[in-house]
Ligand binder design. Sequence first.
Ligand SMILES: *Cc1c(COP(=O)(O)O)cnc(C)c1O
Length: 309
Amino acid sequence: MFDFSKHINEGAAILVQVELPNVSSNVKIFMKRIDLVHPIISGNKWFKMKYNIAEMMEQGKETLLTFGGAFSNHIHAAAEAGKTFGFKTIGLIRGEEHLPLNETLQSARDSGMVLHYIDRTTFRERDSEDFLKSVKDELGDVYILPLGGTNNIALKGCTEIVKQITIDYDYICSASGSGGTFAGIVAGLNGNKKGIAFPALKGGEFLEEVISDLVLNYSGREFKNWSLNTDYHFGGFAKLTKELVEFTKNFEKLNGFELDYIYTNKMMFGIAKLIKSGYFKSGETIVAIHSGGLQGNLGMKERINKLRL
Ligand SMILES: *Cc1c(COP(=O)(O)O)cnc(C)c1O
C-alpha cells in the first residue's frame, strides 16, 4: 500500500453527535465525518479510490481514466488525487462541453485532468468491452475506474469506514448513488448491526440488486441486515424542494457544519422523518456517514438563490 498519510488524514474523520431540526427523541444520531479526511479528495470518494490507486501503481500504470457527470464529486476528487500523488488523470464527462467550465470541471482541469466529452448514448455504453477497447486504443494503457469510482476494489476501502467507527451503535445510514459505498459498508458490517441506504436518485429500487451483486462479488456472501429507503429522492438526482433546503439550512445552524445538497441532506431528512414515525426504538443509536460532496455546494447554492428556494 502506498503511503498516503502525508496528504490524507483519516484520523480527522471524527464522529460527532448531531441534532436534527424539529426532532426530539431518545434516538441518538452521530455523523462519521469522513468528509474531513481531505478538503478535496473528500469523503467516500477517497475510501473508494485508495486501493484503486494502490492497484494502479502495482500495475505500473501512470494514468487513471474515469467517468462522471459535469458536477461529479468523483471527477473532482480523482483529479486532485492525481495531482497529489503524481499520476495523470483523464476524465470522460457525460454530455457536451459548456464554457466557461463550471467550478467542478475547472478545478479538475486546474489539477491537471484532461477532459473529454462523451455524448449520452455512448456514455451509457461506457462499461462495454468495445468501448473500453476503443478507449485504450486511443488513450493508451490507462487504469480504468468506472463511473463514481465503483468497482470491486472500491468496496475494500469502504469496509474501512465501518472499522473506523469506535462507538457501539445499531444502524449505519449512508446516501447512495452508484451503490458502491453502501455495498462496502454492508461488507464491512459482515452481518452485524443494520444498514440503511438512501438513494439520492429517483427509481433507486434498482440499487437493491446492484448492491447485492457488489457485496456478493466482493465477499462471496449475501447479507440480510440492510435495506434501501427510496422515499427521499425529492424528485430525482440533484433535485431540490423548499422543504429540503430549509431542513439543510436548519441542520447547518444547529450543528455548525454543512451537509451537501445532493446526497447527505436527503439522507438526514429521511432519518428525521423515520425518527418521527417511530421507525427507530428509543435508546437506539444511528451513525450516518457524512460522505462529503461539499465542493458541489457552491453551484447548488447559486441554483437555490435563482430558484428562490
Ligand atoms: C458519490 C457520493 C455518494 C454516493 O456514493 P456511491 O458509492 O456512488 O453510492 C454519496 N455521498 C456523496 C457526498 C457523494 O459524493
